[in-house]
Design a protein around this ligand. Structure first.
Ligand SMILES: Cc1cc2nc3c(=O)[nH]c(=O)nc-3n(C[C@H](O)[C@H](O)[C@H](O)COP(=O)(O)OP(=O)(O)OC[C@H]3O[C@@H](n4cnc5c(N)ncnc54)[C@H](O)[C@@H]3O)c2cc1C
Length: 384
């Protein structure tokens, strides 16, 4: 749903300009230094990019899902690390509070997240539980007005920068599975919370992950999201449904960038006395990429509109994430191929993007997990 076409177009044009004029020229530096310059972060704040999906009542832009994916298409045209920095505040690092938080929790945290004054992170994965997230072992034991958390969370995006962590922990040690999991907001600086060293990743330099470790970490009971035990896994899944659609949109934006770069290169590079774009085998790679990209874009927009209508989009979000992330991988591969040797050399964006986009098939549910969700929903629906 688009609320006001004119306002949205202004926002999209502003983001597009920011991407072209500010982000693209700094991509290489970010890749080399593994840091996004503070001046760029300040400009992201000014543009409101940290609060795209946070309600206006708490200082955000309250974009609908359709509007949000349109913005994501634009931002993802630049290196994924830039999107990653704003990604958690708009997605997994804030939506638990937006969707299920108490009024006090919303008022306390959302305005600062929306402004980008603080960064939020989402801590579900553990060393022993990834795809099987419901088997997580981090414990939260009630002790008066507090819960005492123990456990380790792994690969947590923006954890080194974050001021708050949405942490899924088991509040009933006697029960296995999702029903005993609760979600907490844990503030950085809480005694007993520490961070591991920053992970060395395959790509997305400038975006950081690390372990978040809880050792007898005392968290106020008021920070239990929604004030209710046992519903934290449901909160996490609601957050991920939206997150998967957002990542699918990011895959579309990144693929558009890679395809434009590949097309430009193909038209400039000459072999056998012709631009390589004249060769039909190169054209096949360009055309297949274009067709798949168009399909993914249509899927993402359709799923976003359905979510805006209040429909359950669990299947559509997983279909979009599965198809768009796999499409993005194929486009990345073809982009390197079209660049030939230059595609293997790190001066070119093709090489960097090839590594950066590999992550999209893994996090917020691997491709296999999306397949499982889709098939499970199909079978459930058929059973009536
Ligand atoms: C850079 C990065 C950032 C991340 N950010 C976050 C974050 O902010 N917060 C967070 O909580 N987590 C985060 N993660 C974790 C991420 O979500 C998990 O890595 C992912 O869900 C996969 O879990 P795993 O790594 O344990 O793999 P595993 O679950 O061990 O999977 C290994 C392989 O087995 C397959 N597999 C597993 N189960 C099945 C099955 N039933 N059927 C078929 N195949 C199966 C998987 O698809 C995969 O191919 C991040 C990870 C990375 C790398």
């Amino acid at each position: 749903m688009i609320r006001d076409e004119e306002t949205l177009n202004l926002l999209l044009a502003g983001v597009r300009r920011f991407v072209r004029e500010v982000l693209l020229p700094q991509e290489q530096e970010v890749a080399e230094t593994d840091q996004i310059p503070p001046a760029v972060v300040a400009q992201m704040r000014e543009l409101g990019l940290f609060g795209l999906s946070i309600p206006e009542a708490y200082g955000g832009l309250q974009l609908t899902m359709e509007e949000e994916v349109l913005v994501a298409f634009e931002i993802a045209y630049a290196s994924p690390a830039f999107r990653s920095l704003i990604g958690t505040n708009n997605g997994i690092g804030s939506q638990g509070i937006v969707i299920d938080g108490t009024e006090e929790q919303k008022q306390h945290y959302l305005p600062r997240l929306a402004a980008g004054d603080i960064i939020g992170s989402f801590a579900l994965t553990e060393p022993g539980s990834g795809s099987d997230a419901a088997s997580l072992r981090t414990s939260a034991v009630r002790d008066g007005d507090h819960y005492i958390l123990n456990g380790t969370k792994r690969y947590i995006t923006n954890a080194p920068e974050a001021s708050i962590y949405t942490v899924m922990a088991r509040t009933d040690a006697t029960r296995k599975g999702a029903g005993a999991i609760s979600a907490f907001i844990v503030e950085r600086g809480t005694p007993g919370l520490s961070l591991g060293k920053i992970d060395k990743k395959m790509g997305q330099r400038g975006a950081h992950t690390c372990d978040v470790i809880f050792e007898n970490c005392r968290v106020p009971a008021a920070n239990l999201i929604g004030g209710k035990e046992g519903v934290g896994f449901k909160t996490a899944m609601k957050v991920l449904d939206k997150g998967r659609l957002h990542i699918a949109a990011v895959c579309v934006g990144a693929a558009e960038r890679m395809l434009e770069d590949a097309l430009r290169y193909a038209m400039e590079r000459e072999q056998f006395g012709h631009a390589i774009a004249d060769f039909q085998l190169i054209q096949a790679m360009l055309a297949d990429s274009k067709a798949e990209l168009y399909a993914a874009r249509c899927m993402v927009l359709d799923a976003a509109r359905k979510r805006d209508q209040g429909l359950d989009i669990s299947t559509e979000a997983s279909c979009s994430k599965l198809f768009a992330s796999e499409m993005c991988g194929r486009v990345a591969d073809r982009s390197v191929q079209i660049h030939g040797g230059a595609g293997y050399i790190s001066e070119y964006a093709a090489e960097r993007f090839y590594r950066d986009v590999r992550l999209f098939r893994i996090y917020e549910g691997t491709s296999q997990i999306q397949q499982i969700v889709i098939a499970r929903n199909m079978i459930k629906a058929a059973q009536g």
